[in-house]
Design a protein around this ligand. Structure first.
Ligand code: PLP
Length: 419
């Protein structure tokens, strides 16, 4: 385990900290998990106490604004990211919505990447329709981000590893530059997870994670989170409402995201999902280790296969950001692959011959999933935008799970050879 992967706060490793997180605070009956709190409202014996909680004192009021169960999960995400605080949402998209809509105003300028998750791309076009200027650049080179700077630039938003092309953004150089400019830098860490890369280590002020993916990990709960790393000076951010400019500026940004995001938009994580994600997250490091090593083995086998035209995977020496990925992610390369078969193979016929791979959208499950992206998640986007993102019509996205390596490689190869 690298130093980066040890949790300085608890002085324990990443997984130890996660496993013992719930019982470190008040233990009810010695339970090792925090209980589920399904209450919609939280009552107070003292009316002054009730008012104090409404006015900012720690506590619970109405469950749309969070519960002890979401709070326990948020504490775990904060520990994983080594941040200062976290707010959870019903999905990763809700977390992104809350971040953009509570922090950006009409006329503000946002710099983002042309290689971005399709749903986020759609969200950015909604923002643009509402008057936020959005510039998409090739963020694999920080110089392109720097060149897009305007006086109205408020935020830089990138993903750590792009889906499905697996481009790796120039995360650290962009973060260093944002730090020098005093710009808010937001990183979507979903594809790398805090096990491979902490947003804080690349200079992000806010980190977004979709909890539906690797962190929950079992394909049975949706969730999202925004974590404040403590690096950004919120006193310099103009769009914070006066009512949230109280106390130390460190908390202002996330307070506004939480208050406005949960209250106005209402996409609150349920206690049931928070609990499932919490339990799933305990094995994040184990699952990531296994998925990353399976992915590397599969990528190598497919790159050498005569019926495969192209494999995009940061762990291959042929990947344009191979070296950067190795440095950023501690010698691991994630668990997502983009694969193109040679001309003449019908991808639908091919997919129908797979037995272990699951034909499904989603990623970060324990099971290996595969999807023809141009025909599904990137269909609405149209051919021009797909070309800009480097998505060929025949491209398959594979999210590698934790099955036995030979079974994954064997299944893909048997389907190819039968063509
Ligand atoms: C899936 C995903 C999201 C959205 O998360 P949901 O929980 O599905 O809403 C955001 N960013 C990235 C990079 C993702 O892969």
């Amino acid at each position: 385990m690298t130093k980066r992967q040890r949790n300085a706060m608890a002085n324990n490793g990443f997984t130890t900290t996660l496993l013992h997180s719930d019982r470190r605070s008040t233990i009810e009956h010695g339970a090792i998990h925090k209980p589920l709190h399904p209450s919609s409202e939280y009552a107070y014996a003292d009316s002054r106490e009730l008012a104090a909680v409404f006015q900012g004192k720690a506590g619970f009021t109405y469950a749309r604004q969070g519960t002890p169960t979401t709070g326990a999960l948020e504490a775990k995400i904060t520990q994983m990211e080594e941040g200062v605080s976290t707010v959870s949402f019903a999905t990763g998209m809700a977390a992104l919505n809350a971040t953009f809509f509570t922090l950006l105003r009409q006329g503000d300028h946002l710099i983002s990447s042309q290689y971005i998750f399709g749903n986020t791309n759609s969200l950015l076009s909604t923002l643009a329709e509402l008057g936020v200027e959005v510039t998409l650049v090739d963020a694999t080179d920080a110089a392109n981000v720097e060149a897009a700077l305007r006086p109205e630039t408020r935020m830089v938003f990138v993903e750590s590893i792009a889906n499905p092309g697996t481009q790796v953004a120039d995360l650290k150089a962009i973060g260093d530059w944002c730090g020098r400019q005093g710009l808010l830098y937001v990183v979507d860490n979903t594809l790398s997870t805090p096990w491979l890369c902490r947003g804080k280590d690349v200079g992000a002020g806010l980190v977004v994670n979709s909890l539906s993916k690797y962190i929950g990990g079992h394909g049975h709960a949706l969730g999202g989170a925004v974590t404040d790393t403590g690096l950004y000076d919120w006193s310099a951010y103009p769009n914070i409402a006066d009512v949230y400019r109280k106390g130390s500026p460190g908390g202002w940004g996330l307070t506004q995201i939480k208050k406005k995001g949960l209250r106005d938009m209402g996409a609150t994580l349920s206690a049931d999902s928070a609990h499932r994600i919490s339990v799933g997250s305990e094995t994040l490091a184990l699952r990531m280790e296994r998925s990353c090593s399976n992915a590397l083995a599969l990528a190598r086998a497919l790159e050498a296969h005569a019926k495969v035209a192209r494999v995009s995977y940061p762990g291959l020496a042929s990947h344009p950001q191979h070296e950067r990925a190795g440095q950023l992610f501690g010698g691991r390369y994630g668990a997502l692959l983009g694969v193109e078969l040679i001309d003449g193979i019908d991808v639908f016929d091919f997919l129908n011959r797979l037995r272990v791979f699951v034909l499904a959208t989603h990623l970060g499950d324990t099971r290996t999933l595969v999807l023809p992206v141009a025909h599904t998640i990137y269909y609405e986007m149209g051919p021009e935008r797909r070309a800009l993102m480097g998505i060929a019509d025949s491209m398959l996205r594979i999210s590698v799970g934790i099955e036995d390596e030979d079974d994954i490689i064997g299944d893909f190869c048997q389907a190819l050879e039968s063509m």
